[in-house]
Design a binder for this molecule. Structure first.
Ligand SMILES: Nc1ncnc2c1ncn2[C@@H]1O[C@H](COP(=O)(O)OP(=O)(O)OP(=O)(O)O)[C@@H](O)[C@H]1O
Ligand SMILES: [Mg+2]
Length: 171
């Protein structure tokens, strides 16, 4: 697990680009954090880094948006879903089995339902003195935690963590 501070939205995008290099077919990425902490900013940069050319819109209302990059990749937002039966309807497990990489905002609600292996990235606000305008413009620092779970990432976790440590000072 790595925990560090990203300086602003550009830095969050750099993190997404860094992680994207390590993603493969069938990987599950869970994005956690309060409203407006940067999950969609991260997801957009991740998808762009994985070769998705079209504009990635927030999937808050459509829930699942599927894209084709270097691999098929789905961007999912389950903010409005609490019931595990409702989550079942989205057939996320099938997408993973079909070789899609899957990125889920508010995805901590799916932990335990989609197998033991996932990368969880958590965004947290720091106490900061910046104005709302600067915050919206992307100037806020965030604590970020990158956590690898399950056997699937065992071979990649150490290498990615080492790369993260060359860019951010890990607590
Ligand atoms: N370090 C940062 N990283 C990412 N976004 C930042 C950062 N600092 C400020 N921001 C701003 O915070 C907002 C993040 O919005 P975003 O839609 O990505 O959040 P979210 O976590 O997806 O929210 P929701 O839970 O509503 O889906 C944007 O306005 C962005 O400019
Ligand atoms: Mg979002």
């Amino acid at each position: 697990m790595s925990r560090f501070v990203v300086e602003n939205a550009e830095d969050t995008k750099l993190l997404a680009q860094t992680i994207a290099k390590y993603l493969r077919s069938g990987d599950l990425v869970i994005l956690s954090g309060d409203l407006g902490t940067g999950k969609t900013v991260f997801a957009r940069a991740l998808l762009a880094s994985m070769g998705v050319k079209e504009v990635v819109t927030s999937p808050t209302f459509v829930l699942v948006k599927s894209y084709q990059g270097v691999i098929p990749i789905d961007h999912i937002d389950i903010y409005r879903i609490y019931d595990p039966d409702e989550l079942d309807i989205l057939c996320i497990g099938d997408l993973l089995e079909d070789g899609h990489a899957v990125v889920i905002e508010w995805g901590e609600r799916a932990i335990g339902l989609l197998g033991p292996s996932y990368i969880q990235i958590t965004f947290e606000r720091l106490e900061s003195e910046i104005s709302i305008d600067e915050e919206v413009a992307g100037a806020a620092k965030r604590f970020v935690t990158v956590d690898f779970n399950g056997p699937r990432f065992r071979d990649r976790a150490r290498q990615l963590e080492a790369e993260i440590e060359t860019i951010w000072s890990v607590a």
